[in-house]
Design a protein around this ligand. Structure first.
Ligand code: IMP
Ligand code: MG
Length: 178
């Protein structure tokens, strides 16, 4: 499918699924290498990271791998807003643990900064960030991700877990707004 329509907007194919798969596998291999013997807990940030989490974890072969799902939202339509909600779903004890945050996208970095500050209060041993997509030119605050599968320009995209007002998350390819 070369173009799709979601609500009022058209999107065209930007990146084929095979390339995204390949880069996610590379990230998994980097994490396997760096996290050997660290027994990390993966914290997947819902909703957008559900597909990335599944794709990445299939290639993770670390001892005692744990994954947990957390959630907060900061996005409305096609523009990042300043509204940041509180974090839900953090049930595991993370004190003293090595954490790998799994994000679908780092855009302005605001959500990530807020998440890291929240997690730091729980005194983990370390926190690192793995993101499927990273828009470096949009980054306003926070850290550059430790691992990223693909770098993007500042355009709004959907697919691969990313949505436009609730739609488009299911597409295995990535689409860009027309
Ligand atoms: P940030 O706080 O601006 O870094 O954005 C955080 C979240 O906004 C990401 O984790 C995504 O879920 C969402 N987001 C950012 N850019 C896009 C996009 O291009 N399409 C869909 N969602 C996006
Ligand atoms: Mg997200």
């Amino acid at each position: 499918m070369k173009t799709i329509k979601l609500h009022d907007k058209e999107f065209r194919l930007l990146i084929k699924e095979e390339l995204i798969d390949k880069e996610i596998k590379r990230v998994a291999e980097e994490i396997n290498r760096d996290m050997k013997d660290k027994e990390p807990i993966f914290l997947s940030v819902l909703n957008g990271s559900f597909m990335f989490t599944s794709d990445l974890l299939k290639h993770i072969n670390l001892k005692n791998t744990e994954v947990s799902f957390i959630k907060f939202t900061s996005y409305c339509g096609t523009n990042s807003t300043d509204r940041i909600n509180s974090l839900i779903g953090l049930n595991e004890k993370i004190k003293g643990r090595n954490i790998v945050i799994l994000e679908d996208m780092i855009d302005t970095g605001k959500s990530m900064e807020h998440l890291i500050n929240t997690l730091k209060a729980e005194e983990p041993a370390s926190i690192c960030i793995a993101t499927m997509f990273f828009k470096p030119k949009a980054l306003k605050t926070g850290r550059i991700p430790d691992y990223n599968a693909m770098i993007l320009e500042n355009d709004f995209v959907v697919g691969r877990g990313l949505d436009y007002d609730g739609l488009g998350r299911n597409f295995p390819d990535l689409y860009i707004i027309c």
